[in-house]
Design a protein around this ligand. Structure first.
Ligand code: 13P
Length: 379
C-alpha cells in the first residue's frame, strides 16, 4: 500500500493554521437549513450556495479540504468547471461523504448504525477518479444514563474500521468520525466517559482491520455538557476534559484530530478549539477543525438565497475560516472578532459586551439552530 501518499495528504489536511470545511449535508439536511431561512432548495440553489463557499476570496489560506456530498461532487460551477477542480485549483483537497446514513439499529429503538459498506469499494474508485483525495464516514452515538449499548458501539466501530481500510486501499484518506451527540441532559463527565469508551472501541477496530494510523484523521466530538444539562461546563473545563480524553485514547501515530462542531455556536466552537490548542502538555497530533454548521451558519444567514448577497456570504465564511485557522494554532483572541459582527454571532445577537461574551462562553453550548443534524438520519 502506497501509504506515503496517504500520509502526505493526511498531514497536508492539518497543515498549520488550516482545517476542513464540512459541506456534505445530505439533500434532506441542507433543505431543512434552507427551509428555516425561507430559501428554496433546488439542485441549482444548492450548487450556488456551495460554489459561494468554495470560491470565497482568501478562504483557501485557512481551508485545506472540503467534504462534499455526492450531488455536489458531480456538479459544475456557473463557469462550467467541476466543483472538485474549483477546489484543487486553489490548493484545497476535495473530499467526499461516503456513508449512506445512520439507520435504526436492530434491537434498539433509540440507537443507529451507519450504513454504506455495500458497493463502497466501487464508489470509492469512482470518487477518486473524480478528484477526491479523502473521505468521511459518520457514526452517531446517543448518550443517556444507560446508552450507548455495547452493540451500538461495537457495530459502529466495526463499520468505521471497514470503511477506513477500504478507503486506504483505494488511496483516499479516511476521516473517521464517531460522533457522541451533545443532545441530552448528561453531564460533561458522562460525555467524557462515553467518548473515551467509543474511541477505545474505534481504535481497537481500526487495529483489527489493519488501518494505517499515519494515513487517517480522527473527527471526534469535543467533551461537552449535554445540550439540556443544567450545568454548562465553561471553556477551560471543556478544553481540559477534551485533551485528557484524547490523550487517553488516540494513538500518537494519528497525524490529526479535526473536531466536528456538533451544534455549538460558531464563536463557541472557535473558542473551544483555541483553548484546547493553548493547553500546556503534550499534543502528539495536530488539533484542528472540520466544522459544518460553525463555519457555514453565518454565511448561510448572510447569503439568504439572494444573488446580491453572495459577497456578504463569502465575507462571513472567510471570517469564520480565518478565526478557526487562528484557533487551530492557538492564536485566536476575542479582539479578532471585533468589527463587522455577523448575524449569527452571539455577541451581535444579544447586542452584548465583552461581559456578555464571557457569559455566553458559559452557556453558549446551548446555542443551536433549527435544522441541525438530527442525529438519527441526518448527514
Ligand atoms: P457540524 O460541524 O455541523 O457538526 O458538522 C460536521 C460534520 O461533518 C457532521 O458529520
Amino acid at each position: 500500500m502506497a501509504s506515503t501518499s496517504l500520509e502526505s495528504v493526511a498531514r497536508a489536511l492539518v497543515a498549520d493554521g488550516k482545517g476542513i470545511l464540512a459541506a456534505d449535508e445530505t439533500v434532506r439536511t441542507i433543505t431543512k437549513r434552507f427551509d428555516a431561512l425561507g430559501i428554496a432548495s433546488t439542485k441549482d440553489s444548492r450548487r450556488t450556495y456551495r460554489e459561494m463557499l468554495f470560491t470565497a476570496p482568501g478562504a483557501a489560506e485557512f481551508i485545506s479540504g472540503v467534504i462534499m456530498y455526492d450531488e455536489t461532487i458531480r456538479q459544475r460551477s456557473a463557469g462550467g468547471i467541476p466543483l472538485a477542480e474549483v477546489q484543487s485549483a486553489q490548493g484545497i483537497f476535495p473530499g467526499i461523504k461516503v456513508d449512506t446514513g445512520a439507520k435504526p439499529l436492530a434491537g434498539s429503538s433509540e440507537e443507529t448504525i451507519t450504513e454504506g459498506l455495500d458497493g463502497l469499494r466501487d464508489r470509492l474508485s469512482e470518487y477518486r477518479a473524480m478528484g477526491a483525495r479523502f473521505a468521511k464516514w459518520r457514526a452517531v452515538i446517543h448518550v443517556t444514563d444507560t446508552l450507548p449499548s455495547f452493540a451500538c458501539v461495537s457495530a459502529n466501530a466495526h463499520a468505521l474500521a471497514r470503511y477506513a481500510a477500504l478507503c486506504q486501499e483505494r488511496e483516499l484518506v479516511p476521516i473517521v468520525e464517531p460522533e457522541v451527540l451533545m443532545d441530552g441532559s448528561h453531564t460533561i463527565e458522562r460525555c467524557e466517559e462515553v467518548t473515551g469508551a467509543v474511541l477505545h472501541a474505534v481504535f481497537r477496530a481500526l487495529f483489527e482491520q489493519g488501518v494505517v494510523l499515519e494515513g487517517m484523521l480522527l473527527k471526534p466530538n469535543m467533551i461537552l455538557s449535554g445540550k439540556s444539562s443544567a450545568r454548562q461546563a465553561p471553556v477551560e473545563e471543556v478544553a481540559t476534559a477534551t485533551l485528557r480524553c484524547l490523550r487517553r485514547s488516540v494513538p500518537a501515530a494519528v497525524p490529526g484530530v479535526v473536531f466536528l462542531s456538533g451544534g455549538q455556536s460558531p464563536r463557541l466552537a472557535t473558542a473551544h478549539l483555541n483553548a484546547i490548542n493553548r493547553l500546556p502538555g503534550s499534543k502528539p497530533w495536530k488539533i484542528s477543525f472540520s466544522y459544518g454548521r460553525a463555519l457555514q451558519d453565518p454565511a448561510l444567514d448572510a447569503w439568504h438565497g439572494r444573488d446580491e448577497n453572495l459577497p456578504s456570504g463569502q465575507g462571513a465564511f472567510y471570517r469564520r475560516a480565518h478565526m478557526n485557522g487562528a484557533a487551530s494554532v492557538g492564536t485566536y483572541t476575542d479582539e479578532m472578532e471585533a468589527g463587522l459582527p455577523s448575524i449569527d454571532d452571539p455577541l451581535h445577537a444579544t447586542g452584548g459586551t465583552s461581559d456578555t461574551y464571557d457569559r455566553i462562553y458559559h452557556i453558549g453550548a446551548n446555542a443551536t439552530r433549527s435544522g441541525g443534524n438530527d442525529g438519527k438520519r441526518a448527514g
